[in-house]
Design a protein around this ligand. Structure first.
Ligand SMILES: *[C@@H]1O[C@H](CO)[C@@H](O)[C@H](O)[C@H]1NC(C)=O
Ligand SMILES: *[C@@H]1O[C@H](CO)[C@@H](O)[C@H](O)[C@H]1NC(C)=O
Ligand SMILES: *[C@@H]1O[C@H](CO)[C@@H](O)[C@H](O)[C@H]1NC(C)=O
Ligand SMILES: *[C@@H]1O[C@H](CO)[C@@H](O)[C@H](O)[C@H]1NC(C)=O
Ligand SMILES: *[C@@H]1O[C@H](CO)[C@@H](O)[C@H](O)[C@H]1NC(C)=O
Ligand SMILES: *[C@@H]1O[C@H](CO)[C@@H](O)[C@H](O)[C@H]1NC(C)=O
Ligand SMILES: *[C@@H]1O[C@H](CO)[C@@H](O)[C@H](O)[C@H]1NC(C)=O
Ligand SMILES: *[C@@H]1O[C@H](CO)[C@@H](O)[C@H](O)[C@H]1NC(C)=O
Length: 786
């Protein structure tokens, strides 16, 4: 009632003598002067000049005629340009353009239409719509102009709140500045069709309330909106237009939607008995209606104190802030998703009784069932949740959400079922509730024996070759068993790596290798501080890197935001310099053989340091290439000649570096990359985009605002040069460092290696009867048949 009370009009605009000419139209020969009005045919609405509240300014407007109230105005023409006396007139030009003129014939408002009709008339319809049309043609489709297309602060029955998708015409409500001043205020109430239609209330550019998506019977979060005896309502959504609208059931029971100057949306209904407008509904209702109050993955419950909580299986990102009722950072998963394996590794939990999340980052398909919807969402790793788009008749249609879930609240009635992606481990600890869980179990039952068979076969082949090749033991890499942190006496923090006892490397060889690595000194290499050997126990002591490894940043949706482009570019350049040192500048020529995001550690200032030389091979001065019986490395980073033929050189490190650059730019992993249009991995995807001149589409969305486009595109280009199929085509690290410095023009890259089939490894190796290796992200050791 606040809005109503605020509108206390001292001077009624009825006090000015109104004279109606009895007609509902004006034409180009007889203008409408202040003091005269026209009235719609049934007598419901009136058009003329008026003064709102205590103001003495004159405005052209439309108001309810039959009932008497200070809140009757439904439309205003010259909102921003009042006339300070009663000299105003409304004219219809020969072309059909409406203008409001002041005493000196200055144009204070115009309907601005670009089309024209012969013999135009302006007619006030019984619906409250003022239309301009040809005097002999009352077909609504041919109206040249109408006030219903340019609403003020009121939505009348028959008006459309929403858009014409063909012409782009957007009809929305704007508040008055004050009850005395119809100029545009701060608030807008509009239909946002992005993703899936919902209505939002804006204060300037800031969204302050959202109805949630339309679910067939109502907007998901507008609790009061339900079938009633006063009006019917609905949402129209087709190729041509998307809008919300309503109609009266009994045309003499008036009802309308008004956006008040203080940003409250009210449905007012005329009460004949009391002679007042009653507030039938009001939005927002409570604190939980404040847009996104509990932030990403939070859920608001008005019955709780405090109202904000995290969705089940989610926890506050910063628990201490959360305890202080600072919800600004929202919630994160209790168990992070394993992005590399989302299609099999994840599942969905049902969250009943919710207001559905904001739908701007969602997509929609009305012809899918809930089961189809589940499938589509599971397959797209960035799909975070799904729900039925239509809750009628048991539910139909499919809504999919991407990214964080925003503006969710618990509803006591009419809530929806929302299905949210969670890690598989979260599902097993709960009763499965997804509609398709039965099917999934079926698949696992079939898959298990096959998997066991493959493993057994692989083990057999591995054992066979292991026995056969045992003499060539010096190629055995150091195997890490685990990493721990410690503290030296002087208080310096260190990282300790314990080597696997099963490592068959001889003691002398181990010492040699450690000494060799310890001699490496470069600001982009992790420093080995010492080692410790006692019996079978071998340990390496490294400097401690507080920021962990690069992969924990670039592949993490939230942490990746802290890595802007200058930081990423610094990491690319530092890694290139570290690698160049290994390849050329150190006294030993060293090939890393396992360069990957997980092996780039970051110091406190986010400077990159290459780590894990456990697989590195040193060469004599002239030696540049070698052949190995054991392929060590990580899927997704290995060059074709190395993975297939065991041939490695500095150029296989260059290949891995190229993959790393593409991953840093895109924020996506090469291995496990998925695109619905093709079967390529990240390299292939980058190659296609590059060839089509669309390389900018590869860039991580977190970087999209950055103004370093040129540098980013150049990095993609360099990355593609590094992953070319043939090792001879790939640049050396010294060229790469120069290219990154922007010093040379870049050659056109040729086709990259390993970009087509994502399953290339298993296919290649099973067909040549080699070891089938596990498909996870850890470094692998593979035996080669020769
Ligand atoms: C305009 O309206 C007036 C009065 O209603 C009428 O006398 C006149 O003929 C009309 N002019 C035209 C061009 O229709
Ligand atoms: C109305 O505005 C005009 C132009 O600004 C001014 O000259 C005139 O005095 C004003 N009239 C009144 C009654 O305030
Ligand atoms: C009439 O409107 C014109 C244009 O908006 C303006 O320049 C002029 O001052 C106004 N005259 C009066 C008397 O308000
Ligand atoms: C008509 O056009 C003028 C100038 O382009 C603009 O200032 C005015 O706001 C427009 N009026 C309407 C009602 O759109
Ligand atoms: C419509 O409402 C008016 C006013 O309340 C009432 O007199 C009339 O009987 C109603 N008409 C119908 C068809 O219900
Ligand atoms: C939609 O996604 C973009 C990009 O990820 C993000 O900036 C924005 O906040 C998201 N909007 C909502 C309402 O979730
Ligand atoms: C919706 O799903 C159906 C069935 O899978 C499909 O044929 C149709 O193309 C989809 N529509 C859109 C717009 O994606
Ligand atoms: C997932 O869906 C989104 C939105 O429809 C789309 O932009 C994206 O390309 C899809 N991702 C994959 C890997 O299919």
């Amino acid at each position: 009632m606040k809005g109503v009370n605020a509108l206390v009009f001292l001077v009624s605009w009825f006090s000015v003598l109104m004279m109606s000419n009895g007609a509902d139209t004006i034409n180009s020969t007889v203008p409408l002067a202040d003091g005269k009005t026209i009235i719609s045919s049934g007598g419901t609405f009136e058009l003329g000049f008026f003064s709102p509240g205590t103001s003495t300014n004159r405005y052209l407007g439309i108001w309810y005629k039959k009932i008497s109230s200070d809140l009757n105005v439904v439309w205003v023409a010259n909102r921003e340009a009042p006339i300070n006396d009663t000299s105003g007139v409304l004219k219809v030009s020969e072309e059909g353009i409406l203008t409001v003129l002041n005493g000196t014939n200055g144009v204070v408002w115009s309907s601005n239409s670009s089309s024209s009709v012969p013999n135009p008339v302006a007619q006030l319809l019984e619906s409250g719509n003022l239309v301009v049309r040809n005097s002999n043609d009352d077909n609504p489709d041919n109206y040249m102009w109408q006030t219903f297309d340019y609403p003020s602060h009121t939505l009348l029955p028959g008006m459309k709140l929403g858009r014409n998708l063909v012409t782009g015409l957007d009809r929305y409500l704007t508040s008055w500045k004050t009850s005395d001043d119809p100029a545009r205020g701060a608030y807008k109430y509009l239909l946002d069709p992005r993703g899936y239609p919902q209505i939002v209330l804006m204060n300037g550019d800031k969204e302050i309330y959202g109805t949630g998506p339309w679910t067939g019977l109502r907007f998901s979060g507008s609790q009061g909106l339900k079938p009633n005896s006063i009006y019917t309502y609905g949402l129209v959504y087709n190729q041509v237009e998307v809008y919300y609208g309503f109609q009266l059931i009994n045309s003499s029971v008036y009802s309308r939607l008004v956006l008040n100057p203080d940003g409250v949306v009210q449905r007012l209904t005329w009460n004949y008995r009391t002679g007042e407008w009653n507030v039938y509904l009001s939005m927002p209702v409570d604190n939980c209606d404040i847009y996104g109050l509990c932030q990403g993955f939070g859920s608001c419950n008005i019955g709780n104190s405090p109202v904000c909580g995290c969705l089940d299986k989610f926890v506050p990102k910063y628990p201490r802030d959360w305890e202080n009722a600072d919800w600004s950072n929202g919630c994160v998963r209790e168990t992070p998703l394993v992005t590399s394996d989302c299609q099999r590794g994840d599942g969905f939990l049902k969250y009943p009784g919710k207001k559905l999340p904001d739908t701007r980052n969602s997509s929609y398909n009305g012809s899918l069932t809930l089961d189809d919807c589940h499938k589509v969402c599971l397959e797209n790793c960035s799909c975070m949740a799904y729900a039925n788009s239509d809750s009628r008749n048991g539910g139909s249609g499919c809504l999919l959400w991407f990214g964080e879930l925003f503006d969710v609240r618990d509803l006591t009635e009419n809530g929806q079922d929302l299905y949210i992606r969670v890690a598989a481990s979260e599902i097993s600890s709960t009763t499965p509730q997804s509609g398709t869980s039965k099917k999934k179990r079926g698949k696992i039952v079939v898959a298990l024996p096959i998997l066991a068979g493959i493993l057994l076969l692989g083990l057999g082949v591995a054992l066979y070759f292991w026995k056969k090749k045992k003499p060539r033991q010096q190629e055995e890499p150091l195997k890490w068993e685990g990493e721990q942190n410690g503290m030296l006496d002087e208080g310096r923090e260190i990282a300790i790596k314990r080597l696997s006892k099963s490592s068959s490397q001889g003691l002398d060889e181990f010492k040699n290798e450690v000494i060799c690595i310890a001699k490496l000194q470069h600001r982009n290499l992790v420093k080995l501080l010492g080692c410790c050997i006692e019996g079978e126990e071998k340990m390496l002591v490294y400097e401690y890197m507080p920021n962990n490894s690069l992969d924990s940043f670039i592949f993490d949706k939230t942490r990746s935001r802290s890595l802007d482009w200058p930081k990423r570019f610094n990491i690319i350049k530092g890694t290139a310099r570290g690698l160049l040192y290994l390849h050329q500048d150190s006294r030993l020529r060293i090939i890393h053989r396992d360069l990957k995001a997980a092996n780039i550690l970051l110091d406190i200032d986010m400077n990159p340091k290459i780590s894990d030389f456990g697989m590195a091979r040193s060469f004599g001065g002239n030696e540049t290439e070698a052949n190995t019986q054991r392929v060590v490395g990580t899927y997704g980073y290995m060059s074709p000649e190395y993975a297939i033929d065991g041939l490695f050189s500095v150029k296989s490190d260059v290949f891995s570096f190229g993959v790393l650059v593409l991953e840093i730019v895109s924020g996506k992993k090469n291995r496990g990359f998925f695109h619905e249009d093709h079967q390529h991995n990240l390299i292939g995807h980058a190659w296609i985009l590059f060839k089509e001149g669309r390389a900018s589409e590869l860039i991580d969305t977190d970087l999209s605002n950055s103004c370093y486009l040129f540098e980013v595109l150049r990095s993609i280009h360099i990355g593609l040069l590094c992953v070319q199929q043939s090792p001879e085509d790939r640049p050396s690290m010294s060229s790469v460092v120069m290219m990154l410095g922007g010093e040379s023009t870049l050659p056109q890259p040729k086709e990259p290696g390993f970009f087509t089939k994502r399953n290339m490894f298993s296919e290649e190796f099973s067909s040549s009867n080699q070891t089938l290796a596990s498909a996870n992200e850890i470094s692998i050791t593979m035996l080669q048949a020769r």
